[in-house]
Design a protein around this ligand. Structure first.
Ligand SMILES: Cc1ncc(COP(=O)(O)O)c(C=O)c1O
Length: 391
């Protein structure tokens, strides 16, 4: 197979403009504490259409800062989706609070208010929602629940940049929104993330917490090198190099989102009616998905064939991934700590065990989706005909 036949699951889209932006920073002398991060934060807010942004070193850092800022810790419980990346739960663990896992909706992979409510206890202090695969959660009932029970909402938007609910960008419904710029995300800064809040005072406090708890930035110091530290903090800053790359990438987000939407539509058109497979998807008119990936769930006679399908697709040069490889409570750390019996989170388990994520993004060329779907179809046919295929 030639390299041109290989379609990776994901690949960062780096252009000459990106390279020039990074080089400009390297040719200067400010690598951190500079204007790039400030501008990136302002441009990110403009992209979202509101809020206040603080650039950080990763989405996990943004999540950790959220719990620290809101004083959530030992003895507190936080609702966490079973269907997510471990970072969502790890951030809760690191502040000493307890993640209380809740199963997801089978169609979207998202938390719903009706699933969250029975898991609330007097110890619950926050709800962490994840907008799975770029599909916004149905936020109004979750916001209503949080108001009734006086809970914080921490939105994990790591894979949902560009997703909107009734026009409002995800991350602007709750008390904090956390974004990731890891290489396979909608845009990248290598590693990196953004903390957002609707409240300026929250963003200002988190900006200090992210930088050792120092009371003034370089530009605010009357005497260079002179500052005080009134509170504990961390170093979760983003560098100027990363921010320059992020600014350049952000400028192309509309192209990225349009390309992903059109590829997802093509997948749906070509494979949406195949029996015993379905896409993680929504048809809710108020949801604008940002199409992080095309996750196919195998059902019925194909339910046990996911690993076989992955092998067949990979052998044909089609890269795949799995979102997420296990419900978080089934991961060893959490299983050992909290216990997890099979069947406890049936929808998340079903998605983890029976789905594959197909390529989507700028690296997927014209005709690639057709080829991927053809390969998927022929793999399903071969699987039905060839008994005894083992992994
Ligand atoms: C839902 C979710 N949250 C958090 C993260 C962690 O992001 P980061 O690598 O920027 O810390 C990921 C990473 O894929 C994710 O999928």
């Amino acid at each position: 197979m030639t390299d041109s036949m290989h379609i990776p699951f994901a690949r960062p889209w780096i252009t000459d403009e990106d390279r020039a932006a990074v080089l400009e920073v390297l040719n200067g002398h400010i690598l951190t504490h500079g204007p790039q991060c400030k501008s990136f934060e302002q441009e990110f807010v403009a992209f979202m259409g509101g809020g206040h942004a603080v650039s950080v070193s990763s989405c996990m850092a943004a999540l950790h800062l959220s719990y620290l800022h809101f004083g959530i810790g030992l003895g507190d419980e936080v609702i966490v989706p079973a269907q997510t990346h471990v970072a969502t739960a790890h951030a809760v663990e690191w502040v000493g609070a307890t993640p209380v896992f809740v199963d997801c909706d089978s169609r979207t992979g998202n938390l719903t208010a009706s699933a969250i409510e029975p898991a609330l206890t007097p110890k619950t202090k926050a709800i962490s929602v994840v907008h799975f695969a770029g599909i916004p959660c149905d936020m109004p009932p979750i916001v209503d629940l949080a108001q009734r029970y006086n809970l914080r909402i921490i939105e994990d938007c790591a894979i949902a940049l560009g997703a909107r609910y009734r026009g409002r960008h995800v991350g602007l419904f709750g008390d904090a929104g956390c974004f990731s710029f890891y290489p396979v995300k909608h845009m990248t800064t290598g590693e990196g993330g953004m903390f957002v809040s609707r409240h300026e005072d929250v963003a200002q406090a988190v900006a200090k917490l992210r930088a050792f708890g120092v009371d003034r930035t370089h530009s605010e110091r009357a005497v260079p090198g002179m500052y005080d530290v009134p509170s504990l903090g961390l170093n979760y800053r983003m560098s100027e190099i990363q921010a320059a790359l992020g600014r350049s990438q952000l400028r192309r987000m509309s192209v990225v989102l349009a390309q992903r939407a059109s590829q997802f539509d093509r997948y749906r058109k070509l494979a949406g009616n195949l029996s015993n497979i379905r896409f993680i998807d929504t048809d809710a008119a108020e949801c604008r998905s940002s199409h992080y990936c095309a996750s196919v769930v195998f059902e019925g006679e194909y339910a046990g064939k996911r690993n076989e399908m992955v092998e067949r697709l990979n052998t044909a040069g089609i890269g795949t991934s799995i979102y997420y490889p296990q419900p978080v409570p089934r991961m060893t750390y959490y299983r050992k700590k909290y216990g997890c019996v099979p069947g406890r989170y049936p929808q998340a388990e079903h998605i983890s065990d029976h789905s594959v994520a197909l390529p989507l993004g700028m690296h997927v060329g014209d005709g690639d989706v057709d080829r991927i779907v053809d390969t998927l179809k022929s793999s399903l046919t071969k699987s039905a005909n060839e008994k005894g295929f083992t992994r």
